[in-house]
Design a protein around this ligand. Structure first.
Ligand code: IVH
Length: 688
């Protein structure tokens, strides 16, 4: 079937509308429509495109979501090389540069009222974008400046990068600019970086050392669906125009930045026009402190001569433009001494070496521990106990050892060797071919078990309040718990054997653990701690596989076909379900009553499963204030177990649950000889 004229027109209209809305939202930070309206229009466009694939254009907003994984990136030659910038580390060096470029000019060149544009130096990764007739045709990494990698698929997922340029405001002869090259910096806001690392920590993945590494790692992801999830952002700072007389569109860097914004790019608004080096210094000094509160990382300021004529006159050295310089902030680094190297074992069994150091003040905090990542990293830097090392910490970023001052190494030190046995359980550790990480693979290792339980009880998983790190350690060390499932066998009596555990707290814990049986299937799946399955992936997987049987029987390719789930995740999930220990764990948790199916399916299951109907046919009344459960919660638990809850005592009442300050119902129950239950007895009856 062919699309009608009306449908063709509507698709175009929708693309333009959505593009304008996106620009207003991501670039101008000034939305023009509500999210729900955007979603409706987006779906309308999607429907048309689904019907007529010939109507899909490369600039359609639907083309941003990420495609099937690529197998590799192709190398591309940059049309114009990407130069880097010379660094200055203080005002004197800046002044020297200011003298240098002036001396480089021919003597007849008259310098009048030099203008400098100062911009923040964004700490991310440089990106070169090519637009042909206004359409994004290529996005490439910097590479060595001459050759980069074609990462167009990934670039498309970055919302602040327009897929089509806005030429509307251009007038007269300039209705279209045939070829536009835009350069800028891809970055990750500090808060998102923090969230990504937090998630990675929970998922047992290696942390990114800083936002720059996270950006570089993300841009080189072969699976653009992962890139789409990371929410990278982009600031444009350079505009090259071909096929037009440049000077007629912009004569200066200042005008270029304005033009970039009009074309549809996000430009960092903190740039400034300075008329003297003194003004530039002022800008630098202001940002030295202001940057600590900035939502994105900057490692200095970039100073550019404003007029393109002057820039052309000065040209480039082998590596740098003569007309610009990066004025960097001193790195937040400090020397300290490594006292000890300890090895931590995480939930996934990964061994992480940590340097325990003499405490040192850095970026406003005291640092005494730094991750050494893995044995390769230790070997590479040759870090030894007793070494004086330089540690670096920037803002919220985790401290790391950057180098060893070998000259200060005391005599008799030995290279550090990763243990061959797990420091916690003593079993041999394994390092798989091609992996940097060494792991303990003993599934009953106490460190792994502690990590698994901490993950299971965490907020995004089963959210069991009151079970923190300390309690988990006690439970495992006292051998009260050997698996996640054992949590559900804990009784108040067992808990009361722990140090400083009173009856009341024990009841509270038993209740909280019991209540977690109501947590939905996505949270349970996330809680199982399967490698690479974060809460987003757990949600995606449970939408497709609505119960655990479907997921455990799925082929690896079925799992991979779930939108947003890459091959690495699919393999990990598939293998997890093939292991007998895991199958046994699922059976046990299922029989305990955890939710392994989405709600509708689960309700059916509950009703059909006599195992879950322990209180069938029994009528309860609740009186007084319960200590741990709210009355509604108690009611729900009884009903879920098949019992009935009524408001008043009658001969039909089987049990009266008695809380504090019970009133007339208690008297009546006594008269009728109805069995009375304390809250603890009720919980035990529910077999908690
Ligand atoms: S201009 C020829 N402006 O810094 C001019 N670069 O150390 C080249 N960078 O590779 C770059 N913010 O990735 C420029 N406002 C900014 C920048 C910036 C960050 C990066 C860029 C470049 C590196 C040079």
């Amino acid at each position: 079937m062919k699309p009608t004229q009306l449908e063709i027109k509507r698709a175009k209209e929708l693309r333009e509308l959505l593009q304008r809305a996106s620009y207003a939202y991501y670039v101008l930070d000034n939305p023009i429509m509500e999210d729900t309206v955007y979603d409706r229009l987006y779906r309308e466009l999607q429907d048309i495109e689904r019907k007529y694939s010939e109507l899909i254009t490369p600039d359609s907003p639907t083309q941003r979501v990420g495609e099937k994984p690529a197998t590799h990136f192709t190398s591309v030659r940059h049309n114009i090389p990407l130069y880097s910038l010379e660094n200055a580390f203080n005002i004197t060096e800046l002044e020297n540069w200011n003298q240098r470029w002036q001396r480089h000019l021919p003597s007849q060149y008259l310098i009048v009222d030099t203008e400098y544009v100062t911009e923040l130096k964004i700490d991310g990764a440089a990106l070169a974008l090519t637009y042909e007739n206004g359409i994004l045709v290529r996005g490439a990494t910097r590479g060595d400046g001459v050759m980069g990698e074609d990462i167009t698929q990934n670039v498309r997922t970055i919302r602040s990068i327009p897929l089509r340029l806005n030429f509307d405001y251009l007038t007269g002869a300039f209705k279209n600019i045939p070829k536009v090259e835009v350069r800028g910096e891809v970055f990750l806001p500090v808060e998102l970086f923090r969230q990504i690392n937090e998630r990675r920590k929970k998922d047992g993945e290696q942390l990114f050392a800083n936002p720059r590494n996270a950006v570089a790692g993300t841009l080189r992801q072969l699976d653009s669906r992962i890139v789409a999830q990371r929410q990278l952002d982009f600031f444009a700072y350079t505009l090259h125009i071909a096929g037009l007389d440049d000077a007629s569109v912009a004569d200066t860097q200042w005008e270029s930045l304005e033009l970039l914004q009009k074309l549809g790019f996000r430009v960092d608004t903190n740039h400034k026009l300075c008329r003297s080096i003194a003004e530039v210094s002022e800008y630098y000094e202001y940002w030295d402190t202001a940057r600590l509160n900035s939502p994105y990382m900057t490692d200095g300021v970039v100073v550019k001569l404003n007029t393109f004529k002057l820039q052309e006159q000065l040209g480039f050295t082998q590596k740098f433009p003569r007309w610009a310089i990066a004025l960097k902030y001193p790195a937040q680094e400090a020397p300290t001494r490594v006292e000890k190297i300890t090895v931590n074992v995480g939930r996934t069994g990964a061994l992480t070496p940590l340097a325990e150091m003499l405490p040192v003040q850095l970026a406003g905090t005291t640092v005494s521990r730094a991750t050494l990542h893995n044995s390769d990293r230790i070997q590479q830097l040759d870090i030894r106990i007793g070494d004086t090392v330089i540690v670096r910490k920037a803002g919220e970023i985790i401290p790391e050892v950057v180098r060893v001052i070998k000259e200060l190494r005391p005599a008799g030190t030995q290279p550090f060797i990763m243990p061959v046995n797990c420091p916690v359980c003593g079993q041999p550790v394994v390092r798989e071919l091609g992996e940097a990480v060494t792991r303990c693979v003993n599934s009953s290792c106490a460190a792994i078990l502690k990590g698994e339980i901490e993950h299971w009880v965490s907020r995004d998983a089963l959210d069991i309040k009151g079970v923190g790190e300390k309690l988990v350690h006690q439970l495992v060390d006292k051998k009260l718990v050997h698996s996640i499932a054992d949590l559900y066998e804990l009784t108040t009596a067992k808990l009361c054997t722990l140090e400083r555990m009173g009856e009341k707290s024990a009841v509270k814990l038993v209740t909280a653990i019991a209540q977690s049986k109501n947590q939905p299937w996505p949270k349970v799946l996330y809680g199982l701690g399967i490698r690479h399955v974060g809460s987003v992936n757990a949600q995606l997987l449970t939408e497709k596989f609505t119960n655990v049987t479907q997921l455990s029987n799925a082929r690896q390719s079925d799992i991979e076909n779930v939108y947003g789930v890459g091959p690495e995740i699919a393999q990990s999930v598939y293998q997890w379900f093939r292991m007998t220990v895991n199958q046994n764990l699922i059976s046990r948790l299922e029989s305990i009553g955890l939710q392994f199916a989405n709600q509708e399916a689960a309700n059916e299951n509950m009703e059909n499963n006599p195992e879950n109907q322990k209180l069938a046919g029994k009528t309860f009344v609740i009186t007084g204030t319960l200590t741990t459960l709210k009355r509604d919660e108690a009611k729900k638990l009884i009903q879920q177990a098949g019992g009935k809850v009524t408001d008043s005592i009658s001969k039909k009442t089987d049990f009266l649950v008695v809380g504090e300050d019970a009133g007339s119902k208690l008297e009546k129950a006594e008269k009728l000889g109805i069995i009375q239950l304390t809250e603890t007895e009720l919980l035990q009856m529910l077999k908690y």
